[in-house]
Design a protein around this ligand. Sequence first.
Ligand code: AMP
Ligand code: MG
Length: 531
Amino acid sequence: MMNSPLDNLTFDNRFSRELPADPETTNLRRQVFAACYSSVSPTPVANPQLVAYASEVAELLDLSEDACQSADFTQIFVGNRLLPGMTPYATCYGGHQFGNWAGQLGDGRAINLGEVVNRRGEHWTLQLKGAGETPYSRNSDGLAVLRSSVREFLCSEAMHHLGVPTTRALSLILTGEEVIRDMFYNGNPKPEPGAVVCRVAPSFTRFGNFQIFAARGEIELLKKLLDHTIRTDFSHLGEPSVAVYLAWFEEVCRRTAAMIVQWQRVGFVHGVMNTDNMSILGLTIDYGPYGWLENYDPNWTPNTTDAEERRYRFGSQPQIAFWNLAQLANAIYPLIEQVEPLQQAIDAYKESFEQGWQNMVAAKLGLGVYDAATDDALNTELLILLQLVETDMTLFYRKLALLVMDVEQSDDALMAPLLAAYYVPEQLSEDYKERLGNWLRSYIKRAQDSGISNAERIKTMNAANPKYVLRNYLAQLAIDKAEQGDFSGVNELLEILRHPYDEQPGKEEYALKRPDWARQRAGCSMLSCSS
Ligand code: AMP
Ligand code: MG
């Protein structure tokens, strides 16, 4: 028998080898005490079918194209077969959901297969999402439907190519089995195709993995997990000690700030920033009812479950990340027992965020260095203008690069390159045009004063303002097709989103503002958590 090209994958499962395991090995839902994880195998499925895979992620694992296209690949990454070295497990974590402590959550539908070591010596944890029940599945089935899996697969890769820190997605595979979901939570459950995504990241450890041990007073375990985390993913900080715990926390703060700056840059709204959905590596994790800003609106959230309070709206993401970090600080406090240095470390978030945000604003406007004296006012006025009339955020910034840099033009002439960004042209009143015209003139003067050449301005802007993002309706169109058995939409989007800053002639239809029909359609504007 031929050996499979997948047999070459080498595993070094540090998490499951070095941390305490749940002694119970039955797959029954329960509270798991005194353990970081429970061993559990994926549930085999009837008829798996590969929908898509990401070659770049395969490369991280040293997997060839042939390997990805082999029948083994589909069997393995749907969870039907384990490779030698895989030790599947689900981790125990808790979390604050919508501001309230929710107790034990855990990997309810995620099963880690192990940590691959690639040729460069990097460790990459493989995790199947939707491969069946675990001890943490609570009152649900451990499964995932195709629509949410397409969204997770495409968005992980889109974010990576945009330069946003994120977990990756290797593969998207249909299980051939049906999953029952009541998509609108309105008493109309129906069968949908089931799917499994294989996610890949250096680690999937969340704030909630630390919180659960602190909440239960399992301080020894808390220390073990933190020491392990430092020795594996933060080894540059040195051997664990109280000083290193503080340095670690400060680094988590800085990484989280850097991630949120990037979300705000590209108009990404996570939708469920619970502490169990926050990665300690500062990666975007758990793509659920996320969305992309179409018209610029800081109050927008895609998540129907959060429609009332809007806790996780676009404009609140920076403060919510800070609140979440404060919960992580509380969780590790027993290992530090001093408030002051923890306070100083968390202040690093504010400082990092502020600095990153200014750099980001300067890059989006092509200004080189942010100068608060002029740019605070310039940017504040811009953000007001973007909200006064429905303005597509992505298109506005991208088109702003095309501005003719001459203040001696009429308002209409000045704003001509921007017209494609407006959803309701009737909203462009004379007053509005005058105000926008004045802003554009101030902007031109500011850019000219900065001494940056126009070519340089355009180059900076086109590297900070993507042309192609995973617009909510584009994902939905690809899902509609995939549900009919046609995977071309998923694969075409994957390809386009590999080069979000390039012009890509012939693909312009993917860079248009949301069509009117998509304004109210489910999946295109608002999403439930059902997945
Ligand atoms: P989320 O907010 O979607 O990240 O999920 C919160 C918690 O619910 C996590 O512990 C998940 O593992 C769990 N969960 C979500 N969906 C399912 C499902 N279909 N089956 C089992 N657990 C789930
Ligand atoms: Mg989650």
